[in-house]
Design a protein. Structure first.
Length: 251
């Protein structure tokens, strides 16, 4: 059952959160439509998304299960609102190391080593076409550890990516950015996977506190530290996308 989360307050003695509902869909037709099939508007737990973590590059031969599980912990720690309240809960689902998937017939596994620059549609097609459940899960968010390639930087590129993908979200984290290095990649790319675009901060430098979705891509300035949580408008987009994604994933 899906619920609209109105506001969340951290519990003092556990990792769960209680939800206080003061106004439920008051004069909000869009809200009413989203809740039409729900038995209630509020729940005591956050909407939980299992995560499938897969290494699809031989550039990470020493990646471990513990390191992949840590990526889930990082998401839960940093995928937050401006007031540091959480929005969603991420749960370890399954994982596969490079040694587990290197022989897969999925084109997705071969693409990382092809030394060709990113083409969004090609990657989405490859993700959607993959039927190897060790590589792509149809009921979880897929987080792939890969090695990005660009024509200018070769495999020195560390660009990471996130896509809504028809509400079957996936994230690509460059192997050099595991463990929450270099501008908060996990929460930034997961923001993309839940429908967010970039935010521009023309005055930012690499050491400036900025919104999680700040970026220098197509913007002046810098992405900065990306250490400020999602604002009200971003939270609304995340919740709406999360509800649609939960339906598509069968949660």
């Amino acid at each position: 059952m899906l619920y609209l989360l109105i506001s969340c307050t951290r519990s003092e003695d556990c990792a769960a959160y209680t939800v206080e509902c003061e106004v439920a869909c008051a004069s909000d037709p869009d809200c009413e439509a989203r809740c039409a099939d729900s038995e209630a508007v509020c729940t005591s737990t956050l909407l939980t998304f299992p995560v499938n973590l897969v290494v699809i590059t031989d550039a990470a031969p020493t990646a471990t299960e513990a390191q992949l599980r840590e990526e889930v912990h990082i998401l839960n720690e940093f995928f937050r609102q401006e007031d540091r309240d959480p929005l969603l809960h991420f749960q370890y689902g399954q994982h596969a190391l490079w040694s587990d998937v290197s022989g897969s017939s999925c084109d997705l596994v071969d693409m990382v080593g092809d030394a060709t620059a990113w083409v969004s549609d090609d990657w989405e097609d490859a993700v959607d076409a993959c039927t190897d459940t060790a590589v792509v899960s149809q009921s979880q968010i897929n987080l792939f550890v890969y090695d990005d390639y660009t024509d200018s930087d070769g495999y020195g590129s560390i660009t990471s990516r996130g896509r809504v993908n028809g509400n079957h979200p996936y994230v690509l984290i460059d192997v050099e950015r595991l463990d929450h290095t270099t501008q908060s990649p996990e929460e930034h790319e997961m923001g993309h996977a839940f429908g967010l675009g970039h935010e521009c901060d023309p005055t930012a430098t690499l050491s400036t506190s900025t919104n999680i979705m700040a970026s220098a891509t197509d913007c002046a300035g810098s992405g900065g530290l990306r250490d400020i949580g999602f604002d009200v408008g971003q939270v609304e987009t995340i919740f709406e996308t999360a509800l649609d994604s939960a339906v598509e994933l069968g949660l």
